[in-house]
Every structure is written in C-alpha cells, then in structure tokens.
Unconditional design. Sequence first.
Length: 322
Amino acid sequence: MKLALIGCGSIARRSHLPAFKKLGVEIVGLASRSLSSAEAAAEECSGANVFDDWRKLLDLDVDGIDICSPNAFHVDQAVAAAEAGKHVLVEKPMACTLDEANDMLEAANDSAIVMHVAHNLRYVPTLVAARENVPRVGQIVGVRAAFGHSGPHGWAPDATWFFDKALSGGGALIDLGVHAIDFVRFVTGLEVTDVNAMAFGNESVEDAAHLTMRFETGAVCSLHASWVARPAPDFGLTIFGTDGTLHLDARTPLSFRSAEGERSEIALPDASSSPYEDFVLAASGETPKGTPATAEDGRAAVAIVSAAYEAAATGRTVEVAR
C-alpha cells in the first residue's frame, strides 16, 4: 500500500510514521506547514517526496492520505482527498465543528472511500476487554470517565497551534475529551442524547472541562478532560450496572465487582490491532482486526463536543445533534 501524509509534527513522527513503516506501507509523499518538518520526516521515509503544498499529494499515485495537520485543516484536506478517490485516515478530532464533520462524512460516502479517525484508545487492551465484559454489569445505570495529562506544553512543546482556537477548535475538551467520549461510546455501545458542561481556562482555550451526559437509555455519565493533570496521567473508566461494576484506572487493573461484592480481575487480550493496521486492511478491502473509528464514529464524538461547548457557554442543557 502507498500513502501520503499531511502534517509532520509530533503525532505523525511518534505514532503514524513508525506504525506504517512497521506494516510495510510505502510513504510516497509528505507535506507540512513547516517544510523543515517535512524534510526531517522524509529522512525516516526512504524515497518520500517532500512538498510545501498538501494539494500536490493528491496527484501522487497513492492509495490513501493520512492527515495529521492541525484540526482546522482536516475538513478541506479530507474532502479533497475523498474527491480525489483516496482513502483517508484523519487524526482526532475528526473536525472542529459538526458542520465540518458532516462535510467530511458526506464526501466519504459520495466517493465510496474508507475514512477512519485515529481514535487509538479503542485499541488499549483494558478498554477492549472492558467492551467485551460490559454485558456482565447488566443494565448500565451510570458511567464515570476521565482522561488528562499535563497538556501540549509537555507532550509537544513546539505545537503552539493547540492554544490557537482558530486552529484547534478548543482546548482540553476537543483534544482529550474527544478521546474519552469515543471510548465511552466504544465500550458501552450507548449514544448520548444531551449534555451539560463547565470549562475552565485562563487562555483562549480551556485547560479543563467537566461534562454530564445522558444516554438514550436514561443512564448518566460524568466525564472529565484536563491539561492540568499532574502527575499524569489521569485515566479511568467506571461502568455501574444493575448486576455489578467494571472499573479501571491508570493505577488499577481492569476488574469486575458483582452486585454481591465479589471482585475479580479481568484478563486482557493477548494481541490487538491498531488504527493504522485496521485502516490499511479496510482500504485494501479486507476485514479490520479491531473496531476502528469510522467517519460516523468521528462525527458522533464531534457532535457531543460541539454540544458541550454550547452548554458551557450558555449554561443550558444542549441536545446532541443526530
């Protein structure tokens, strides 16, 4: 398989490029806002052509386009790639707004191409095992989720675009909260109908956000996203049900506690796929090994994030757009 990649920052060089190299994927072209970043990435991809304009990648003989650019650029790049008949893997969040996500989904459907969103936490063994074991809790009545770390300053200090709302779409909520929203949907299989939210921050984007969400079944969920979790990470998921509780966090193994109080640890799967491998398989017409985040999944997460931002700004409960 041949791919071209847009955006050569930290996530591309730390995750995407090494993963595709391991899979034997040929990276034919690279483009980035900073030509020096693309040139540096090219040193790790033998034979890759470097461009200062991402649109030139669309003329290459490639099967797909991998998008790792700042969030605000996802929509134009993904739509153009789809219209050119290229399969698309796009970093999370899928888009900054629901309208953008809708445009991307429509373009993928119109062109009949594969469009996946790189929600990599779906492949964390504890979350895969939680999804497999969630029937044990019976009817879900409540969920508590959290994801936080020390923010882009620590993870990618050169990526100042995270703090520019015009490029990022927001702060900790759209960066980390969208991860937690996706893994809650992934594990529980439930859809969110409405949201309340509060956000905190001293700059143009929020450092932390707290959401309360209602599922279609009437069950409720609290979710916290943070760029000020120190020491990191803050990562956890608890699912309360009529027959028991599933729990995991950054320091505790995945476990099930029955309604009678009996606790047992849950064995984790021996092997898992990745969003990169599953994208390659799907784009090649094969069945993914895991449960990749489709364009529909990416759009659903953005819809919840968008409702949460409106709720935080207005102080009202906001219905999630279908």
